[in-house]
Design a protein around this ligand. Structure first.
Ligand code: AMP
Ligand code: GLY
Length: 423
């Protein structure tokens, strides 16, 4: 069959790699793809937001299945455009992707259906938000309602910071219309775990767990980024916690979306915090995590196309989802200065070293093919993933593999997966 992947980051490279291993796939396309994806797919220069051109391309090439990677097109309804054209697509409809697209929606949903999450209030004007803060307990968390590249969440330690936060989101509009409405939420403490789940509208199957490192610098210091590295599984996500989450979070979320007339098909990413009072939902995303996909998918035993087709056909209950009994670590190689100012355009050496190495992957995030070869083209450049029989081995392997790659300005965290020492 012919498969089209929409997107061009490390997550889509991980999805493309898995698709290239599928027994069903004869031809892979990616829009727009990237220099790494180009090794397994034919890349076409169409924007992820250009629903008309994507649908026209899928029709022209007689694509059997389109997989939408990023949040923006899902929230904008690109999956609906495919369905309306009678094409098969993996990814939630717009009315379901709102679970990521509006934090106020997801908080109201959790409250209505008793899904554990932090206490909150929603505000659509700055004055009432500011007066609410006067008596609120600190620290407190402010969240822009809409999509803000993962940066619309402010943790405020005192009233002054919280007031400044309301100004940033609602008055200065740092994240544009995403800040027209904000959620003010109770601050929680605990370990964070990401659990990505396949969903078919009725059934939900969680994948193996993972943990992201969002801050730019070692020791979780520095600015928030799109993610500097991941490990999988999380040793803190025990069988007992898994059981609780299946009963109180995953299935209730599926049921709630269905009851609201917003049946969710695709990947539901549950960002969890393991608090003293039990696991609580920090956020939902309507897609694979980036760079969570880069550690979860290499460990998946199933043919990804079988699972995705089962989701589209409402037959996920018939799938036996299985993961290898090992671990994986992904270290992001970034441009020094990310997420603020950084230079790009530097030649990347050593990519070929990965070609003949089983259990090692180099996923491209911000790269570009030029006459000089493949060059850096973004803040997050590559995700180096390695598997190992346990997290310690996977981490050692991943850091060893980061040495195979060389480019000017190369920056990485040196403590990805280090949390496992605290078990
Ligand atoms: P979100 O995009 O909602 O996952 O938030 C981004 C990050 O902010 C999370 O990964 C947490 O580290 C932090 N965060 C979000 N909500 C809370 C909360 N209620 N309490 C403490 N930290 C939070
Ligand atoms: N790694 C976090 C995310 O994809 O949102």
């Amino acid at each position: 069959m012919k498969v089209l992947i929409v997107g061009g980051g490390g997550r889509e490279h991980a999805i493309a790699t898995k698709c290239s291993e599928s027994k069903h796939v004869d031809k892979l396309y990616a829009a727009p793809g990237n220099a790494g994806i180009a090794k397994v797919a034919e890349c076409v220069d169409i924007s992820v937001m250009d629903a008309d051109r994507l649908v026209a391309f899928a029709k022209e090439k007689e694509i059997d299945l389109t997989i939408i990677g990023p949040d923006d097109p899902l929230v904008a309804g690109v999956a609906d455009a495919f369905k309306d054209a009678g094409l098969r697509v993996f990814g939630p409809a717009k009315n379901a992707a709102i679970i990521e697209g509006s934090k106020a929606f997801s908080k109201d949903l959790m409250k209505k259906y008793n899904i554990p999450s932090a206490a909150y209030e929603v505000f659509d004007n700055a004055d009432s938000a500011l007066s609410y803060l006067e008596d609120a307990k600190m620290p407190i968390v402010l969240k822009a309602d809409g999509l803000a590249l993962g940066k619309g969440v402010l943790i405020c330690n005192n009233l002054e910071e919280a007031k400044a936060g309301v100004k940033t989101l609602m008055l200065d509009k740092q994240f544009g219309a995403a800040g027209d409405k904000i959620v003010i939420e109770e601050f929680m403490t605990g370990r964070e775990v990401s659990v990505l789940c396949f969903c078919d509208g009725t059934h939900i199957k969680p994948m193996t767990s993972a943990q992201d490192h969002k801050r730019a610098k070692d020791g979780d210091k520095g600015l928030n980024t799109g993610g500097m590295g991941t490990f999988s599984p999380s040793p803190f996500y025990t069988d007992e916690i898994d059981k609780f989450c299946r009963e109180k979070i995953y299935q209730p979320t599926m049921d709630a979306m269905k009851a609201e007339g917003r049946a969710f098909t695709g990947i539901l990413f549950c960002g969890l915090m393991l608090t003293e009072d039990g696991p609580k939902v920090l956020e939902y995303n309507a897609r694979f995590g980036d760079p969570e996909a880069q550690v979860v998918l290499p460990r998946m035993k199933n043919d990804i196309i079988d699972v995705m087709e089962a989701c589209i056909d409402g037959k996920l209950d018939e799938v036996d989802l299985q993961f290898e009994d090992n671990a994986a670590v992904c270290v992001i190689l970034a441009s020094d200065g990310y997420p603020e100012h950084y230079d790009k355009g530097y030649v990347i050496n050593g990519l070929d070293t990965f070609d003949d190495k089983d259990g090692y992957y180099v996923f491209h995030a911000g790269t570009k093919m030029t006459d000089k070869g493949i060059v850096t083209n973004g803040g997050r450049v590559l995700g180096v993933t390695a598997k190992g029989e346990d997290l310690y081995k996977a981490r050692a392997n991943a850091y060893e593999a980061t040495k195979w790659i060389d480019f000017e300005n190369k920056y990485m965290r040196n403590d990805i997966g280090k949390a496992i020492d605290e078990q």
